[in-house]
Write a protein that binds this ligand. Sequence first.
Ligand code: UDP
Length: 327
Amino acid sequence: MKILVTGGAGYIGSATSAELIAAGHQVVVFDNLYQGHRQAVPAEAAFVQGDLSSRADVARLFAEHPGIDGIMHFASYTLVGESMQQPLLYLRDNLVNAANLLEAAVAAGVRRFILSSTANLFDDPAKMPIDEHERIVPGSPYGESKFFIERTLHWFERIYGLRYACMRYFNASGDAPERGEDHDPETHLIPLILQVALGQREQITIFGDDYPTPDGTCVRDYVHVADLAQAHILAMESLDRLGSRKYNLGNGSGFSVMEVLDAARRVTGHPIPHVVGPRRPGDPATLVASSESIRRELGWRPRYPDIETIMRSAWEWHRAHPHGYGE
Ligand code: UDP
């Protein structure tokens, strides 16, 4: 299939573009390169630099690349914390950008759409792990913006027949040898820990150790980015057969911040000093997604289920690229 990947120069989008190419698909990447990196785009992919906020850019994209069979939509503002400070980046821009894309997509006759959604839809889960029947209570303007887009897809299916899948997950992590996680500023736990191991930061602060979890630190669901990529591809390839669906994606029972830190110490051989700081506002104790549906329906199995393998892959990339794509 010929697949358009928005945000294909970003962390998850570029990893998915590479896996799509490896699976024999043709890839067109569309990215504004604000957060993404041109070097992350696989050489085999066509690249169009543009912004989803510009309908002219989007029109040019579809004019230059006719015959797109499906879209994977990663391009987005993605930080929960930022969304609590600048809500309209999310509640306006994420939605408008998706709307511009969808408008052009149906005009171009595209029939398939995969949304990189979020497990931040579930802020008040009745049970853990969180499955697809859980009540949707977005935890932030970020989560709300993805929910808006999920609802837009619902109507686009009814009105235009667009088939879609929504992929909801928590902590993308790990790296491939050729492309990795490089955010500026970096806020995520694993790259921050590895910056300590690289001597770029003195210590890591653990945001609270008095949570009701086995070791008192927050438990999160770290899914390897290559496994996320596979899930998006399986969803795309099965849309015609199974119709529109929503999947929660998780990696098992989750890992605590302390377990992640210990894995990094083992993998890097660095003591990685830590201090315990106050809780980060908005952090629930435990967030773990059930991936039973996607396992059952699509046969998805994480290839990197344990934290040590995830950490090793991240360490290899960060050691080889201590300043990210800047070096
Ligand atoms: N965390 C931490 N110290 C940091 C960054 C993150 O203790 O410097 C914790 C955070 O409270 C959460 C987990 O690590 O429990 C993962 O946070 P991250 O920001 O990587 O992802 P999020 O879960 O917010 O999407």
